[in-house]
Design a protein around this ligand. Structure first.
Ligand code: SAH
Length: 246
């Protein structure tokens, strides 16, 4: 039996330039790469010619792999391959379930290393020209998932109305109206909000407005996932000058 090791690598928000050097080193040394669907194919060109490349994420609206199926695949591959890289979007420990894979691999006696990634939570706003904090308008930010397993608005989102600071909401697009209705009960209708679609890709779009008009604007723009919703005074700092890649 080969003594296997697993490196969990953060793939960043999508742009292949936003993976760390250590991340690329691991990719270049791997015998197997298990990657998420949102990983840019350009990144995989850095793999060794005979490395096994397997997508274990959701593809073209198809079903995503169950977490358990990914664990089983790691268990199957580990005895036969020395170095497995698990490439996960953004930072694997930010709503990525990366830690579950680390724990599972450790139960098999696999040595695990973690290479953090650039999380979409802060990088996608930055690429859109929105700072998540600002000395004068926001001294904190909260990164919140909108959804829970049972499809309801998360408790953390409900409680976020009690805190100042910027709200960065992941996995929230399908609940945009519910989120806006909730915030309208607690904040002014003129509060800034933006939807940041497909951040760091050539299709990146920003749909910005206020709590009062964003639902309508999002409908007109036909926004699609992946997208981040950012709420707060910082959104008003957005000028139309930032075009990603320019
Ligand atoms: N671990 C990831 C987040 C996983 S949750 C990270 O650190 O970035 C998946 C959610 O992240 C998506 O529903 C979306 O809200 C957000 N997201 C990830 N990549 C994105 C991108 N390129 N543009 C916009 N939102 C993105």
């Amino acid at each position: 039996m080969t003594l296997s090791r697993l490196t969990l690598v953060g793939a960043g928000p999508g742009d292949p330039g936003l993976i760390t050097l250590k991340g690329y080193q691991a990719i270049a040394e791997a015998d197997v790469i298990l990657y998420d669907a949102l990983v840019d194919p350009e990144v995989l060109k850095h793999a060794r010619p005979h490395a096994i490349l397997e997508c274990v994420g959701k593809r073209a609206g198809g079903p995503s792999w169950e977490q358990e199926a990914i664990h089983n695949r790691i268990a199957e591959l580990a005895p036969h391959h020395e170095h497995i890289v698990r490439l996960k979007g953004g930072d694997p420990f930010v709503f990525g379930r990366g830690f579950e894979e680390v724990e599972f691999a450790r139960t098999l006696g696999i040595t695990v290393m973690v290479i953090p990634g650039v999380t979409s939570a802060t990088s996608v706003p930055a690429l859109a020209g929105i700072p998540v904090t600002h000395r004068e308008v926001s001294r904190s930010f909260q990164v919140i998932t909108a959804s829970t397993n049972n499809g309801l608005l998360s408790e953390d989102l409900l409680k976020s109305t009690a805190l100042p600071g910027t709200k960065i909401i992941l996995m929230g697009l399908s609940k945009l109206k519910e989120i806006v209705d909730l915030y309208l009960k607690h904040f002014s209708g003129s509060l800034g909000i933006a939807i940041l679609e497909k951040g760091s890709s050539s299709e990146q779009r920003t749909i910005s407005g206020t709590l009062e008009n964003i639902v309508h604007r999002a409908q007109l723009a036909q926004v699609k996932a992946p997208a981040i919703i950012i709420v707060g005074e910082v959104v008003h700092l957005l000028k139309n000058q930032t075009v990603y890649g320019s």
